[in-house]
Design a protein around this ligand. Structure first.
Ligand code: NAD
Length: 508
Protein backbone atom coordinates (compact mmCIF):
# COMPACT_ATOMS: atom_id res chain seq x y z
CA UNK A 1 0.00 0.00 0.00
CA UNK A 2 2.76 2.43 0.97
CA UNK A 3 4.47 2.01 -2.39
CA UNK A 4 1.18 2.50 -4.13
CA UNK A 5 0.65 5.77 -2.27
CA UNK A 6 4.18 6.84 -3.19
CA UNK A 7 3.60 6.15 -6.86
CA UNK A 8 0.24 7.93 -6.94
CA UNK A 9 1.62 11.16 -5.54
CA UNK A 10 5.02 11.08 -7.21
CA UNK A 11 3.98 13.33 -10.09
CA UNK A 12 2.88 16.07 -7.74
CA UNK A 13 5.42 18.27 -6.08
CA UNK A 14 4.74 17.97 -2.35
CA UNK A 15 6.72 18.38 0.86
CA UNK A 16 8.65 15.44 2.30
CA UNK A 17 6.66 15.98 5.51
CA UNK A 18 3.39 15.56 3.57
CA UNK A 19 4.64 12.38 1.95
CA UNK A 20 5.71 11.08 5.34
CA UNK A 21 2.35 11.95 6.89
CA UNK A 22 0.42 10.21 4.11
CA UNK A 23 2.48 7.06 4.55
CA UNK A 24 2.12 6.81 8.31
CA UNK A 25 -0.70 4.69 9.81
CA UNK A 26 -3.93 6.68 10.23
CA UNK A 27 -5.67 5.26 13.26
CA UNK A 28 -8.46 6.25 15.61
CA UNK A 29 -7.61 8.54 18.53
CA UNK A 30 -9.28 7.14 21.66
CA UNK A 31 -8.27 7.96 25.23
CA UNK A 32 -5.01 9.55 24.13
CA UNK A 33 -3.85 6.53 22.12
CA UNK A 34 -3.80 5.79 18.39
CA UNK A 35 -5.64 2.50 17.90
CA UNK A 36 -7.09 0.39 15.13
CA UNK A 37 -10.86 0.07 14.95
CA UNK A 38 -12.21 -2.89 16.92
CA UNK A 39 -13.27 -4.60 13.70
CA UNK A 40 -9.96 -3.72 12.01
CA UNK A 41 -11.59 -2.06 9.00
CA UNK A 42 -9.95 0.58 6.82
CA UNK A 43 -11.01 2.84 3.95
CA UNK A 44 -9.04 4.45 1.17
CA UNK A 45 -8.98 8.19 0.85
CA UNK A 46 -8.41 9.66 -2.60
CA UNK A 47 -7.11 12.84 -4.17
CA UNK A 48 -10.23 14.13 -5.95
CA UNK A 49 -8.10 15.80 -8.64
CA UNK A 50 -6.62 12.48 -9.74
CA UNK A 51 -8.94 9.92 -8.13
CA UNK A 52 -5.77 8.18 -6.87
CA UNK A 53 -5.53 6.67 -3.40
CA UNK A 54 -3.41 8.85 -1.11
CA UNK A 55 -3.85 7.08 2.22
CA UNK A 56 -5.41 4.14 3.96
CA UNK A 57 -7.38 5.09 7.07
CA UNK A 58 -8.70 3.02 9.99
CA UNK A 59 -12.40 3.34 10.57
CA UNK A 60 -14.53 2.55 13.57
CA UNK A 61 -18.05 1.46 14.31
CA UNK A 62 -20.54 1.61 17.14
CA UNK A 63 -18.24 -0.23 19.59
CA UNK A 64 -15.42 2.24 18.97
CA UNK A 65 -17.83 5.10 19.63
CA UNK A 66 -18.79 3.42 22.93
CA UNK A 67 -15.08 3.31 23.86
CA UNK A 68 -14.53 6.90 22.80
CA UNK A 69 -17.55 8.12 24.79
CA UNK A 70 -16.35 6.27 27.92
CA UNK A 71 -12.92 7.91 27.51
CA UNK A 72 -14.53 11.32 27.00
CA UNK A 73 -16.79 10.89 30.05
CA UNK A 74 -13.87 9.80 32.25
CA UNK A 75 -11.77 12.72 31.04
CA UNK A 76 -14.65 15.11 31.69
CA UNK A 77 -14.90 13.91 35.25
CA UNK A 78 -11.13 13.66 35.68
CA UNK A 79 -8.29 16.18 35.67
CA UNK A 80 -9.70 18.13 32.68
CA UNK A 81 -12.51 19.47 34.87
CA UNK A 82 -9.96 20.65 37.44
CA UNK A 83 -8.15 22.92 34.99
CA UNK A 84 -8.96 26.60 35.30
CA UNK A 85 -10.28 28.48 32.30
CA UNK A 86 -6.87 30.14 32.07
CA UNK A 87 -5.12 26.79 31.91
CA UNK A 88 -7.44 25.64 29.14
CA UNK A 89 -6.79 28.91 27.31
CA UNK A 90 -3.05 28.27 27.53
CA UNK A 91 -3.49 24.83 25.97
CA UNK A 92 -5.59 26.26 23.13
CA UNK A 93 -2.95 28.87 22.50
CA UNK A 94 -0.30 26.12 22.37
CA UNK A 95 -2.35 24.27 19.75
CA UNK A 96 -2.62 27.52 17.76
CA UNK A 97 1.19 27.86 17.72
CA UNK A 98 1.55 24.22 16.60
CA UNK A 99 -0.98 24.79 13.81
CA UNK A 100 1.07 27.80 12.69
CA UNK A 101 4.31 25.86 12.66
CA UNK A 102 2.62 23.06 10.67
CA UNK A 103 0.81 25.35 8.22
CA UNK A 104 2.51 23.99 5.09
CA UNK A 105 1.82 20.39 6.04
CA UNK A 106 -1.82 21.02 7.00
CA UNK A 107 -2.33 23.03 3.82
CA UNK A 108 -1.05 20.27 1.57
CA UNK A 109 -3.02 17.57 3.36
CA UNK A 110 -6.17 19.62 2.94
CA UNK A 111 -5.46 20.22 -0.77
CA UNK A 112 -4.74 16.55 -1.45
CA UNK A 113 -7.67 15.18 0.53
CA UNK A 114 -10.32 17.77 -0.40
CA UNK A 115 -9.08 19.26 -3.68
CA UNK A 116 -9.35 22.94 -2.77
CA UNK A 117 -6.77 25.35 -4.24
CA UNK A 118 -3.65 25.89 -2.14
CA UNK A 119 -4.23 29.58 -1.45
CA UNK A 120 -7.68 28.83 -0.02
CA UNK A 121 -6.40 25.90 2.02
CA UNK A 122 -3.64 28.09 3.45
CA UNK A 123 -6.20 30.70 4.44
CA UNK A 124 -8.33 28.10 6.22
CA UNK A 125 -5.30 26.88 8.18
CA UNK A 126 -4.53 30.47 9.18
CA UNK A 127 -8.17 30.72 10.31
CA UNK A 128 -7.78 27.57 12.37
CA UNK A 129 -4.89 29.01 14.36
CA UNK A 130 -6.96 32.15 14.84
CA UNK A 131 -9.93 30.11 16.10
CA UNK A 132 -7.85 28.35 18.76
CA UNK A 133 -6.55 31.75 19.90
CA UNK A 134 -9.99 33.38 19.77
CA UNK A 135 -11.71 30.65 21.78
CA UNK A 136 -8.76 30.45 24.18
CA UNK A 137 -9.29 34.13 24.92
CA UNK A 138 -13.05 33.56 25.14
CA UNK A 139 -12.48 30.78 27.71
CA UNK A 140 -10.89 33.38 29.99
CA UNK A 141 -14.07 35.44 29.86
CA UNK A 142 -16.64 32.74 30.62
CA UNK A 143 -18.63 34.54 33.28
CA UNK A 144 -22.00 34.28 34.94
CA UNK A 145 -24.24 37.03 36.29
CA UNK A 146 -25.54 37.99 39.70
CA UNK A 147 -29.10 38.96 40.45
CA UNK A 148 -29.20 41.21 43.47
CA UNK A 149 -31.96 41.24 46.11
CA UNK A 150 -34.93 41.64 46.51
CA UNK A 151 -36.18 38.55 48.07
CA UNK A 152 -36.52 35.66 45.71
CA UNK A 153 -37.89 33.17 48.12
CA UNK A 154 -40.68 32.87 50.57
CA UNK A 155 -41.03 33.93 54.16
CA UNK A 156 -39.33 37.29 53.87
CA UNK A 157 -35.94 35.76 53.38
CA UNK A 158 -33.19 37.65 51.62
CA UNK A 159 -31.37 35.76 48.95
CA UNK A 160 -28.67 36.09 46.38
CA UNK A 161 -28.81 34.39 43.00
CA UNK A 162 -25.90 34.07 40.64
CA UNK A 163 -25.27 32.01 37.54
CA UNK A 164 -22.46 29.66 36.61
CA UNK A 165 -21.56 28.72 33.03
CA UNK A 166 -20.59 25.07 32.93
CA UNK A 167 -19.45 22.76 30.12
CA UNK A 168 -22.39 20.92 28.62
CA UNK A 169 -20.45 17.65 28.91
CA UNK A 170 -19.42 15.15 26.24
CA UNK A 171 -19.81 16.72 22.81
CA UNK A 172 -20.23 14.76 19.58
CA UNK A 173 -18.83 16.68 16.62
CA UNK A 174 -19.89 15.53 13.14
CA UNK A 175 -18.01 17.19 10.30
CA UNK A 176 -18.58 17.35 6.50
CA UNK A 177 -15.97 17.17 3.73
CA UNK A 178 -16.20 20.58 2.10
CA UNK A 179 -13.83 22.57 4.36
CA UNK A 180 -12.77 19.73 6.64
CA UNK A 181 -10.05 21.11 8.94
CA UNK A 182 -11.77 24.46 9.30
CA UNK A 183 -15.16 22.95 10.17
CA UNK A 184 -13.60 20.48 12.60
CA UNK A 185 -11.86 23.28 14.50
CA UNK A 186 -14.91 25.53 14.37
CA UNK A 187 -16.47 22.91 16.67
CA UNK A 188 -13.40 21.63 18.51
CA UNK A 189 -11.97 24.97 19.67
CA UNK A 190 -15.15 26.30 21.36
CA UNK A 191 -15.92 22.85 22.81
CA UNK A 192 -12.49 22.71 24.48
CA UNK A 193 -12.72 26.35 25.54
CA UNK A 194 -16.02 25.57 27.28
CA UNK A 195 -14.41 22.62 29.11
CA UNK A 196 -16.23 19.89 27.19
CA UNK A 197 -14.61 16.68 26.04
CA UNK A 198 -15.26 15.55 22.48
CA UNK A 199 -15.82 12.61 20.19
CA UNK A 200 -15.30 13.83 16.65
CA UNK A 201 -16.22 12.14 13.39
CA UNK A 202 -14.63 13.63 10.27
CA UNK A 203 -16.21 12.92 6.89
CA UNK A 204 -15.27 9.59 5.31
CA UNK A 205 -14.36 11.62 2.20
CA UNK A 206 -11.75 13.73 4.02
CA UNK A 207 -10.50 11.90 7.09
CA UNK A 208 -6.92 13.18 7.21
CA UNK A 209 -6.60 16.75 8.47
CA UNK A 210 -8.59 16.04 11.66
CA UNK A 211 -6.09 13.30 12.54
CA UNK A 212 -3.23 15.75 12.16
CA UNK A 213 -5.07 18.24 14.36
CA UNK A 214 -5.61 15.46 16.92
CA UNK A 215 -1.87 14.81 16.84
CA UNK A 216 -1.21 18.51 17.51
CA UNK A 217 -3.69 18.50 20.41
CA UNK A 218 -1.75 15.67 22.07
CA UNK A 219 1.55 17.45 21.41
CA UNK A 220 0.16 20.59 23.03
CA UNK A 221 -0.62 18.62 26.19
CA UNK A 222 -4.40 18.09 25.93
CA UNK A 223 -5.00 15.24 28.42
CA UNK A 224 -5.94 11.74 27.28
CA UNK A 225 -9.63 11.25 26.52
CA UNK A 226 -10.42 14.94 26.02
CA UNK A 227 -10.16 14.75 22.22
CA UNK A 228 -11.25 11.49 20.61
CA UNK A 229 -11.41 11.10 16.83
CA UNK A 230 -13.19 8.21 15.14
CA UNK A 231 -13.26 8.10 11.37
CA UNK A 232 -15.93 6.05 9.64
CA UNK A 233 -19.19 6.08 7.76
CA UNK A 234 -22.00 8.43 8.71
CA UNK A 235 -24.63 5.71 8.91
CA UNK A 236 -22.51 3.83 11.47
CA UNK A 237 -20.16 6.17 13.34
CA UNK A 238 -22.18 9.38 12.88
CA UNK A 239 -25.42 7.63 13.82
CA UNK A 240 -23.75 5.98 16.84
CA UNK A 241 -22.73 9.42 18.12
CA UNK A 242 -26.10 11.03 17.60
CA UNK A 243 -27.99 8.07 19.15
CA UNK A 244 -25.59 7.65 22.10
CA UNK A 245 -27.30 8.21 25.43
CA UNK A 246 -24.11 9.37 27.16
CA UNK A 247 -23.36 12.13 24.66
CA UNK A 248 -24.72 15.46 25.94
CA UNK A 249 -24.70 17.51 22.76
CA UNK A 250 -24.17 17.01 19.05
CA UNK A 251 -22.80 19.70 16.81
CA UNK A 252 -23.50 18.68 13.24
CA UNK A 253 -22.60 20.30 9.94
CA UNK A 254 -23.86 18.69 6.78
CA UNK A 255 -26.90 18.27 4.62
CA UNK A 256 -30.43 19.13 5.72
CA UNK A 257 -31.45 15.51 5.05
CA UNK A 258 -28.92 14.07 7.51
CA UNK A 259 -29.58 16.95 9.92
CA UNK A 260 -33.13 15.61 10.26
CA UNK A 261 -31.77 12.14 11.06
CA UNK A 262 -29.50 13.61 13.72
CA UNK A 263 -32.49 15.37 15.32
CA UNK A 264 -34.45 12.12 15.41
CA UNK A 265 -31.53 10.20 16.87
CA UNK A 266 -30.96 12.88 19.50
CA UNK A 267 -34.36 12.12 21.05
CA UNK A 268 -32.69 9.01 22.59
CA UNK A 269 -31.59 11.15 25.56
CA UNK A 270 -32.82 14.58 24.43
CA UNK A 271 -29.26 15.70 23.87
CA UNK A 272 -28.84 19.29 22.72
CA UNK A 273 -28.36 19.65 18.97
CA UNK A 274 -26.82 22.41 16.90
CA UNK A 275 -27.10 22.14 13.14
CA UNK A 276 -25.34 23.93 10.29
CA UNK A 277 -27.13 22.69 7.18
CA UNK A 278 -27.72 23.39 3.52
CA UNK A 279 -28.18 26.67 1.71
CA UNK A 280 -29.30 28.22 -1.58
CA UNK A 281 -28.35 31.81 -0.98
CA UNK A 282 -29.61 34.81 -2.98
CA UNK A 283 -27.41 37.48 -4.55
CA UNK A 284 -29.43 40.58 -5.50
CA UNK A 285 -28.03 43.06 -8.01
CA UNK A 286 -29.80 46.44 -8.01
CA UNK A 287 -29.63 48.81 -11.03
CA UNK A 288 -27.05 51.09 -9.38
CA UNK A 289 -24.62 48.31 -8.41
CA UNK A 290 -20.92 48.77 -9.14
CA UNK A 291 -20.78 46.28 -12.01
CA UNK A 292 -17.05 45.74 -11.88
CA UNK A 293 -17.24 44.79 -8.21
CA UNK A 294 -20.37 42.73 -8.78
CA UNK A 295 -18.81 40.74 -11.65
CA UNK A 296 -16.20 39.05 -9.50
CA UNK A 297 -18.57 39.07 -6.54
CA UNK A 298 -21.26 37.09 -8.33
CA UNK A 299 -18.86 34.65 -9.94
CA UNK A 300 -17.04 33.84 -6.72
CA UNK A 301 -20.26 33.77 -4.68
CA UNK A 302 -21.13 30.71 -6.75
CA UNK A 303 -17.77 29.23 -7.76
CA UNK A 304 -15.65 29.64 -4.60
CA UNK A 305 -14.68 26.09 -3.57
CA UNK A 306 -16.34 24.89 -6.79
CA UNK A 307 -19.70 25.76 -5.23
CA UNK A 308 -19.09 23.28 -2.41
CA UNK A 309 -19.41 26.15 -0.04
CA UNK A 310 -21.83 26.54 2.82
CA UNK A 311 -22.67 30.11 1.92
CA UNK A 312 -22.54 29.78 -1.87
CA UNK A 313 -24.68 32.41 -3.57
CA UNK A 314 -26.22 30.35 -6.34
CA UNK A 315 -29.52 32.17 -6.91
CA UNK A 316 -28.53 35.37 -8.68
CA UNK A 317 -31.19 38.06 -9.19
CA UNK A 318 -30.20 40.84 -11.63
CA UNK A 319 -32.25 43.92 -12.37
CA UNK A 320 -33.39 44.14 -15.98
CA UNK A 321 -31.53 47.39 -16.61
CA UNK A 322 -28.09 45.84 -16.01
CA UNK A 323 -28.82 42.16 -16.65
CA UNK A 324 -27.36 41.74 -20.14
CA UNK A 325 -24.21 43.74 -19.53
CA UNK A 326 -23.51 42.05 -16.21
CA UNK A 327 -24.00 38.47 -17.33
CA UNK A 328 -21.66 39.09 -20.25
CA UNK A 329 -19.03 40.35 -17.81
CA UNK A 330 -19.58 37.38 -15.45
CA UNK A 331 -19.24 34.99 -18.38
CA UNK A 332 -15.91 36.56 -19.40
CA UNK A 333 -14.66 36.48 -15.80
CA UNK A 334 -15.66 32.84 -15.43
CA UNK A 335 -13.77 31.90 -18.59
CA UNK A 336 -10.59 33.22 -16.95
CA UNK A 337 -10.85 30.83 -13.97
CA UNK A 338 -8.10 28.21 -13.94
CA UNK A 339 -9.31 24.67 -13.33
CA UNK A 340 -6.74 22.21 -12.10
CA UNK A 341 -4.98 20.42 -9.28
CA UNK A 342 -5.12 22.48 -6.10
CA UNK A 343 -1.38 22.08 -5.56
CA UNK A 344 -0.72 24.17 -8.66
CA UNK A 345 -0.50 27.79 -7.41
CA UNK A 346 -2.27 29.09 -10.54
CA UNK A 347 -5.39 27.01 -9.87
CA UNK A 348 -8.52 28.92 -8.92
CA UNK A 349 -11.01 26.06 -9.22
CA UNK A 350 -10.27 22.55 -8.01
CA UNK A 351 -12.20 19.32 -8.45
CA UNK A 352 -15.45 18.26 -6.84
CA UNK A 353 -15.00 15.90 -3.95
CA UNK A 354 -16.09 12.63 -5.58
CA UNK A 355 -17.55 10.78 -8.50
CA UNK A 356 -20.88 10.78 -6.67
CA UNK A 357 -20.82 14.56 -6.32
CA UNK A 358 -19.91 14.94 -10.01
CA UNK A 359 -22.83 12.73 -10.99
CA UNK A 360 -25.19 14.76 -8.82
CA UNK A 361 -24.01 18.05 -10.34
CA UNK A 362 -24.23 16.70 -13.92
CA UNK A 363 -27.78 15.48 -13.20
CA UNK A 364 -28.77 18.99 -12.17
CA UNK A 365 -27.16 20.50 -15.26
CA UNK A 366 -29.25 18.14 -17.36
CA UNK A 367 -32.35 19.06 -15.35
CA UNK A 368 -31.64 22.77 -15.94
CA UNK A 369 -31.57 22.17 -19.70
CA UNK A 370 -34.76 20.08 -19.57
CA UNK A 371 -36.55 22.66 -17.44
CA UNK A 372 -35.91 25.38 -20.02
CA UNK A 373 -33.04 27.41 -18.55
CA UNK A 374 -30.51 28.79 -21.06
CA UNK A 375 -26.96 27.53 -20.69
CA UNK A 376 -24.65 30.55 -20.93
CA UNK A 377 -21.35 28.90 -19.96
CA UNK A 378 -19.86 25.57 -18.92
CA UNK A 379 -22.11 22.57 -18.49
CA UNK A 380 -19.56 19.86 -19.16
CA UNK A 381 -17.55 17.44 -17.11
CA UNK A 382 -13.81 17.51 -17.93
CA UNK A 383 -12.28 14.37 -19.30
CA UNK A 384 -9.79 12.47 -17.14
CA UNK A 385 -9.72 10.75 -13.78
CA UNK A 386 -10.32 13.82 -11.62
CA UNK A 387 -13.77 15.04 -10.64
CA UNK A 388 -13.82 18.31 -12.56
CA UNK A 389 -16.96 20.08 -13.77
CA UNK A 390 -16.83 23.34 -15.69
CA UNK A 391 -18.18 26.43 -13.92
CA UNK A 392 -21.69 26.58 -15.28
CA UNK A 393 -24.03 29.55 -15.73
CA UNK A 394 -27.76 29.24 -16.43
CA UNK A 395 -29.78 32.33 -17.32
CA UNK A 396 -33.54 32.73 -17.89
CA UNK A 397 -34.18 30.72 -14.74
CA UNK A 398 -37.54 30.69 -12.97
CA UNK A 399 -38.29 30.00 -9.30
CA UNK A 400 -39.96 26.65 -9.95
CA UNK A 401 -36.86 25.03 -11.50
CA UNK A 402 -35.06 22.36 -9.47
CA UNK A 403 -31.71 24.04 -10.22
CA UNK A 404 -33.08 27.15 -8.50
CA UNK A 405 -34.64 25.41 -5.50
CA UNK A 406 -32.28 22.53 -4.67
CA UNK A 407 -28.88 22.83 -3.10
CA UNK A 408 -26.61 21.45 -5.84
CA UNK A 409 -23.32 21.95 -3.94
CA UNK A 410 -21.40 22.35 -7.17
CA UNK A 411 -20.34 25.08 -9.63
CA UNK A 412 -23.80 25.89 -11.01
CA UNK A 413 -25.08 29.47 -11.08
CA UNK A 414 -28.75 30.24 -11.75
CA UNK A 415 -29.65 33.75 -12.90
CA UNK A 416 -33.13 35.28 -12.66
CA UNK A 417 -34.06 38.64 -14.08
CA UNK A 418 -36.34 41.09 -12.24
CA UNK A 419 -37.81 44.45 -13.22
CA UNK A 420 -39.44 45.82 -10.06
CA UNK A 421 -37.87 48.34 -7.68
CA UNK A 422 -40.27 47.47 -4.88
CA UNK A 423 -38.05 46.14 -2.09
CA UNK A 424 -40.78 43.94 -0.58
CA UNK A 425 -41.26 42.26 -3.92
CA UNK A 426 -37.52 41.81 -4.45
CA UNK A 427 -37.20 40.33 -0.97
CA UNK A 428 -40.04 37.92 -1.73
CA UNK A 429 -38.06 36.62 -4.70
CA UNK A 430 -34.89 36.34 -2.62
CA UNK A 431 -36.71 34.56 0.22
CA UNK A 432 -38.40 32.01 -2.03
CA UNK A 433 -36.39 29.06 -0.66
CA UNK A 434 -36.57 26.64 2.25
CA UNK A 435 -33.07 27.75 3.25
CA UNK A 436 -31.71 30.89 4.91
CA UNK A 437 -27.98 30.69 5.45
CA UNK A 438 -26.57 33.68 3.62
CA UNK A 439 -27.28 36.34 1.03
CA UNK A 440 -26.00 39.57 -0.46
CA UNK A 441 -27.24 42.86 -1.83
CA UNK A 442 -25.32 44.89 -4.39
CA UNK A 443 -26.13 48.60 -4.62
CA UNK A 444 -24.44 51.96 -4.05
CA UNK A 445 -27.46 53.34 -2.27
CA UNK A 446 -27.07 53.07 1.48
CA UNK A 447 -30.73 53.11 2.26
CA UNK A 448 -31.66 50.54 -0.42
CA UNK A 449 -28.88 48.31 0.95
CA UNK A 450 -29.99 48.36 4.57
CA UNK A 451 -33.70 48.26 3.78
CA UNK A 452 -33.26 45.18 1.61
CA UNK A 453 -30.91 43.46 4.08
CA UNK A 454 -33.58 43.86 6.75
CA UNK A 455 -36.08 42.04 4.53
CA UNK A 456 -33.88 39.05 3.63
CA UNK A 457 -34.32 36.04 5.88
CA UNK A 458 -30.82 34.60 6.31
CA UNK A 459 -28.20 34.22 9.02
CA UNK A 460 -25.60 36.40 7.29
CA UNK A 461 -26.46 39.02 4.70
CA UNK A 462 -23.71 41.11 3.10
CA UNK A 463 -23.62 44.39 1.21
CA UNK A 464 -21.39 44.59 -1.89
CA UNK A 465 -19.60 41.38 -0.94
CA UNK A 466 -20.72 37.80 -0.30
CA UNK A 467 -20.11 35.16 2.35
CA UNK A 468 -17.28 36.69 4.36
CA UNK A 469 -15.98 34.38 7.06
CA UNK A 470 -14.49 35.62 10.30
CA UNK A 471 -13.95 33.88 13.61
CA UNK A 472 -16.09 36.50 15.32
CA UNK A 473 -18.86 36.71 12.68
CA UNK A 474 -21.78 34.58 13.91
CA UNK A 475 -23.04 32.23 11.27
CA UNK A 476 -26.01 29.92 11.01
CA UNK A 477 -29.31 29.40 9.38
CA UNK A 478 -32.84 30.63 9.23
CA UNK A 479 -35.43 28.12 8.01
CA UNK A 480 -34.07 24.70 7.06
CA UNK A 481 -30.45 25.90 7.09
CA UNK A 482 -30.03 24.94 10.72
CA UNK A 483 -30.39 25.48 14.42
CA UNK A 484 -28.12 27.76 16.42
CA UNK A 485 -25.04 29.71 15.45
CA UNK A 486 -21.34 28.94 15.11
CA UNK A 487 -18.40 31.36 15.32
CA UNK A 488 -18.13 34.16 17.86
CA UNK A 489 -19.59 34.07 21.35
CA UNK A 490 -22.64 32.08 20.22
CA UNK A 491 -20.31 29.35 18.98
CA UNK A 492 -19.01 29.03 22.55
CA UNK A 493 -22.47 29.27 24.14
CA UNK A 494 -23.48 26.13 22.25
CA UNK A 495 -21.12 24.15 24.50
CA UNK A 496 -22.14 25.78 27.80
CA UNK A 497 -25.00 25.27 30.22
CA UNK A 498 -26.21 27.99 32.58
CA UNK A 499 -26.76 27.03 36.19
CA UNK A 500 -28.56 29.43 38.52
CA UNK A 501 -27.55 29.27 42.19
CA UNK A 502 -29.69 30.78 44.93
CA UNK A 503 -28.40 31.24 48.45
CA UNK A 504 -30.73 32.22 51.25
CA UNK A 505 -29.04 34.92 53.30
CA UNK A 506 -31.38 35.25 56.22
CA UNK A 507 -34.75 36.62 57.27
CA UNK A 508 -35.60 40.26 57.55
P1 NAD B 1 -23.71 14.89 4.81
O1 NAD B 1 -24.90 15.36 5.52
O2 NAD B 1 -23.84 13.78 3.86
O3 NAD B 1 -22.60 14.41 5.87
C1 NAD B 1 -22.13 15.25 6.89
C2 NAD B 1 -21.50 14.40 7.97
O4 NAD B 1 -22.53 13.60 8.56
C3 NAD B 1 -20.46 13.41 7.46
O5 NAD B 1 -19.44 13.26 8.42
C4 NAD B 1 -21.25 12.12 7.34
O6 NAD B 1 -20.47 10.96 7.44
C5 NAD B 1 -22.17 12.24 8.54
N1 NAD B 1 -23.38 11.42 8.44
C6 NAD B 1 -23.92 10.85 7.33
N2 NAD B 1 -25.02 10.13 7.69
C7 NAD B 1 -25.18 10.29 9.03
C8 NAD B 1 -26.15 9.83 9.96
N3 NAD B 1 -27.16 9.06 9.61
N4 NAD B 1 -26.01 10.21 11.24
C9 NAD B 1 -25.01 11.02 11.64
N5 NAD B 1 -24.04 11.46 10.79
C10 NAD B 1 -24.14 11.12 9.51
O7 NAD B 1 -23.06 16.18 4.16
P2 NAD B 1 -21.75 16.24 3.28
O8 NAD B 1 -22.08 15.65 1.97
O9 NAD B 1 -20.58 15.72 4.04
O10 NAD B 1 -21.55 17.84 3.16
C11 NAD B 1 -22.28 18.59 2.25
C12 NAD B 1 -23.49 19.21 2.93
O11 NAD B 1 -23.07 19.91 4.08
C13 NAD B 1 -24.17 20.24 2.07
O12 NAD B 1 -25.56 20.06 2.16
C14 NAD B 1 -23.79 21.56 2.70
O13 NAD B 1 -24.70 22.59 2.57
C15 NAD B 1 -23.65 21.19 4.12
N6 NAD B 1 -22.76 22.12 4.79
C16 NAD B 1 -23.31 23.09 5.57
C17 NAD B 1 -22.50 23.99 6.23
C18 NAD B 1 -23.09 25.06 7.12
O14 NAD B 1 -22.35 25.65 7.87
N7 NAD B 1 -24.37 25.32 7.07
C19 NAD B 1 -21.12 23.91 6.09
C20 NAD B 1 -20.59 22.92 5.29
C21 NAD B 1 -21.43 22.02 4.64
Amino acid sequence: MQNMIKSTIKNINILAATEQFLEQPHKLLIDGKWVDGIEGKTIETRDPATNKVIAQVSIGGKKDIDEAVIAARNALEGPWSKLTNFERAKLLSRIARLVESNTDLLTEIEVLDNGMPTNIARLTIHNIAEMFDYYGAAAQRIEGTTTPPPRHITDHAEALTYTLREPIGVAGLIVPWNVPAFTAVLKLAPALAAGCTVVMKPSEETPLSALLIGQLCLEAGIPAGVVNIVNGYGSEVGAAISHHTDVDTVSFTGSTKIGREVINAATSNLKKVSLELGGKSPVVIMPDADLELATKGIAMATFFLQGQNRKAGTRIFIHDSVHDELIERVKLFTEQLVIGHGINPATTLGPLISEKQCDQVMKYIEAGLNEGATLLAGGKRLEGDGHFVEPTIFIDCTPDMSIVQDEIFGPVMTVQRFSTLDLDEIARLANDTIYGLSGSVWTQNLSTAHSLVARIRAGHVSINCHGAVGTNIPSGGYGQSGWGREFGQEGLDAFLETKAVTAQLGKY
